[in-house]
Ligand binder design. Sequence first.
Ligand code: GN1
Ligand code: MG
Length: 342
Amino acid sequence: MQNNQLLKAYLSDADNYSIELFGDGLIHKTYVVNRDGSPEYILQEVNANVFKKPYDIASNLNCLSSFLQQKGIEIFFPLPLQTINGNDYVYLDDKYFRLTPFEKGAHAINSCSTPEQAYQASFQFGNFTAAFDGFDTTALKETIPQFHDLEFRWQQYTDSLANGNPERIRMARKEIDMINSKFDIVSRSKQFNTSSSFIKRVTHHDTKISNVLFNQQGKGLCVIDLDTVMPGFFISDVGDMCRTYLSPGNEEETDLSKVYVRTDFYKAIVSGYLEKMADRMTEDEKTSINYSGEFIIYMQALRFLTDFLNNDAYYGIRYEMNNYDRTINQLHLLELYQQQTK
Ligand code: GN1
Ligand code: MG
């Protein structure tokens, strides 16, 4: 990468910085920018195959940040910097890059290992949505259209069954049958789009624990990675926390004995989220809390399987059967989730 050219768009003393790869996201490439060995910025190459309109992300962030300022709401909201020329991105070699200050004294964790961490993170996501109470969500652009629309994901899945790799379809027969047998999860999602008891709010849509910053005492500080902040339903955020915090083994784990549900973490997620959100949620929403996990774990299994059948067009993979193994992992987690959290 042409490090210097990139950093020079932002920093007049770009030569004093070095760049190294950072984190393990499946979509963007992320780098940390160091000066004298200490981190100063996060540099990201935005995946424009996934986010087809990168300027929609910038527009959403500016809109949300103005709302917070106008209302005097003090949550930490990490905005990318503008370039010296006042642009939201550097466009180089057909790629979009952005630079965000590194939060000193804060750190992210890669896996959730205590109920307290689950509680802290969940509180932050609830607090984030609550901060935008009264914000007109129609002002936001959908940075990935129909991102968490389960009926749409189902449609993509049935398309992959019709047009995908026939050998892979044969290989995944058991998982296809399992997905099909749980179609009631898709049916139930319909009520979110049709009933006024379910409210569209500013939701994050990617609530894995590495998207929360903690202070040195382990207290949650804020949420980061705001590209998929869009109008959505709370089940997206609570559900993705269930998907990613409940099991000690993550979606990459192939030893399924390490993929199980820690029910005390489930309680921590629910109580952290409700702390700020309980008063804002309708009765129908509250009785759908448990459905959140089913909705998202199922959707993720569906998305991994669809990608497998489509020859891995979307998710980054480390080995040939990665998306297939991820599907098996998520279906296992879903089964246990349905048995153990009610
Ligand atoms: C992607 O890029 P990353 O790892 O934060 C995906 C999420 C999935 C996740 C599964 C834009 O998130 O929806 O849950 O992979 N993000 C996008 O690991 O598709
Ligand atoms: Mg992300």
